[in-house]
Ligand binder design. Structure first.
Ligand code: SF4
Ligand code: SF4
Length: 63
């Protein structure tokens, strides 16, 4: 399952624009605007994981 690390995410929106399943939604983390993955919609295609410039998206099964 993929998850966005909200501490590392800078809210660039790259993953949000890329997700073919509209599974990434805006949210806030403290003062920051960040994104999170709706696990019910995510099809685990890994596009966001590969695209995040900060590597802020983790695949928890690989940890
Ligand atoms: S691509 Fe990475 S840094 Fe950009 S919004 Fe998505 S998780 Fe955050
Ligand atoms: S793994 Fe694919 S379906 Fe899941 S949030 Fe990322 S881009 Fe969307």
């Amino acid at each position: 399952m993929f998850a966005i690390n909200k501490t590392e995410c800078v809210g660039c929106g790259t993953c949000y624009k890329l997700c073919p399943y509209d599974a990434i939604v805006e949210t806030t983390f403290g003062e920051k605007q960040v994104y999170e993955i709706n696990e019910e919609k995510c099809m685990e295609c890994s596009l966001c994981f590969k695209a995040c410039p900060l590597r802020a998206i983790n695949n928890e099964e690989e940890v």
